[in-house]
Design a protein. Structure first.
Length: 460
């Protein structure tokens, strides 16, 4: 750990003693002291008091410009007036009934207007909807294997927790990566039914189809790989996947839990011009409440209507989440809002690029929609294995230095990215850039002193 990082950590501990105490209390009853492993980091996480628009306060009273935004689930920002109004109204009418209501059709209609699907079902999380999409794909094709990409994350079910953050000793052939369980408790049979390919490598995908003839039900992927900072698809990659699925009788599933709301009004299909067979949505479509959806053609979704695939859920379409979702689609994520966030995103990305160049920091800025990331690499990464070659402590230096100066630049972990909300302002972006300009020279100096010898161990 280099000196500049140690100083930032010491400053962090001085600024956040109440978070430190809250963390110690939580450890007594909650594993790692947090409700999700992603929220844990050393020396301890920030405990939040409140949030409004594009900012939050921690329990020590420190204010931050918030570009974490609940791991990207809050493109609406905190307490968006339209969402709060809709939720308050429904709270007075009842929270959940486990019975149908008109908001279900209304929100399904909003989704079908934006995305290339004909029918929709709902859930409460990204994990749920990717799980159901995989099951429907298997039923539709009468095949059991799923193809995913090394380093991609699609939730917490058994078919998703394979080769999420595999270690180098387990990787195997770069053209045919090993299927590696993402922790204990995942049956070997589940792992065997997930074949893994390399992102941005069509030959790797084609090889997997040849090795598993008439066995692969679907390819599931994030159109932009967002478990490695931010990794864009190379030209022709997504269309190539579409063609390979057509050729081999497999379905193409776009996991747009992250990109669906935040990339553009119509998601990845609008941006890249490639139509998947199924789309999974969650995070920002709920405006801050737990809401997920998956959709496909009528023919595929009819498997549910024909009782060939079972889909259920007690909290599916609870009135409060649906009210928030409707308000989000109709009043928050409008075309005008996308024009506003596109402007802010361009300002932030271009500002970062100018500062990187000025400071001689070896890095680049990846940006798409309202998401972006400072990528501490000399050249663009194209897949998971490229991403692992990062100086982790240099990234931690960046994150803690920004936090100590009042900017939560992104969620903690170097595989994450910033999010810009519709409630952020140009003044917020100016302040973010001013802080990065203050921090960048020390990062560049540490990078030059440390050299390539400290690269590695990017998993968590």
């Amino acid at each position: 750990m280099h000196d500049a990082l140690q100083k930032e950590l010491a400053t962090y501990e001085k600024r956040t003693p109440k978070s430190a105490a809250a963390y110690q209390r939580a450890l007594e009853r909650i594993p790692l002291g947090v409700a999700s492993n992603y929220r844990h980091y050393e020396p301890y996480p920030i405990f939040v008091r409140d949030g409004k628009a594009g900012r939050i306060h921690d329990i020590d009273g420190n204010e931050y410009i918030d570009h974490n935004l609940c791991f990207g689930a809050l493109m609406a920002g905190h307490c968006h007036p339209a969402v709060v109004k809709a939720v308050k109204q429904k709270l007075d009418e009842g929270t959940t009934f486990g019975m149908p209501h008109e908001q279900e059709w209304e929100l399904a209609e909003e989704i079908c207007k934006r995305y290339p699907v004909e029918m929709v079902r709902f859930g409460s999380s990204g994990t749920e909807v990717t799980m159901h999409a995989v099951r429907i794909a298997r039923a539709a094709t009468k095949r059991e294997k799923i193809l995913k990409f090394e380093g991609s994350y699609h939730g917490l079910h058994d078919a998703a927790l394979v080769s999420v953050k595999p270690k180098e000793e387990d990787w195997g052939d770069p053209e045919a990566p090993n299927s590696v369980p993402g922790g204990g408790g995942i049956p070997k049979a589940s792992v065997a039914n997930v074949v893994v390919a390399a992102f941005n490598n069509l030959k790797s995908v084609e090889r997997r189809f040849k090795e598993n003839p008439d066995q692969i039900a679907a390819i599931i992927l994030e159109p932009i790989l967002m478990n490695v900072g931010l990794c864009l698809p190379q030209a022709g990659f997504l269309q190539g996947l579409r063609d390979l699925c057509n050729k081999n009788g497999a379905l193409l599933i776009f996991d747009e839990v992250k990109t669906g709301a935040k990339l553009a009004w119509g998601g990845a299909s609008e941006i890249f011009g490639v139509k998947p067979d199924m789309i999974c949505l969650a995070k920002s479509i709920g405006g801050g409440l737990p809401l997920g959806a998956f959709g496909a053609s009528r023919a595929v979704m009819d498997l549910i209507a024909q009782h060939k695939v079972f889909h259920g859920g007690t909290y599916n379409t609870n009135r409060v989440a649906m009210a928030a979702g409707l308000a989000t689609f109709r009043e928050v994520l409008t075309r005008e809002a996308y024009a506003h966030t596109d402007k802010l995103s361009k300002k932030l990305a271009e500002g970062y690029r100018a500062i990187v160049k000025k400071s001689a920091l070896q890095a680049y800025i990846a940006s798409a929609g309202v998401n972006g990331a400072l990528m501490l690499y000399p050249q663009e990464i194209k897949n998971y294995r490229d991403w692992t070659k990062i100086d982790v402590d240099l990234w931690r230096h960046y994150w803690f230095a920004m936090v100590n100066r009042g900017v939560l630049a992104q969620p903690y972990w170097w595989d994450e990215q910033w999010t810009i909300s519709v409630q952020h302002t140009e003044a917020d972006i100016d302040q973010h850039l001013a802080v990065f300009e203050e921090v960048a020279p020390a990062l560049a100096q540490a990078q030059q002193q440390r050299g390539a010898a400290f690269v590695g161990a990017a998993g968590h």
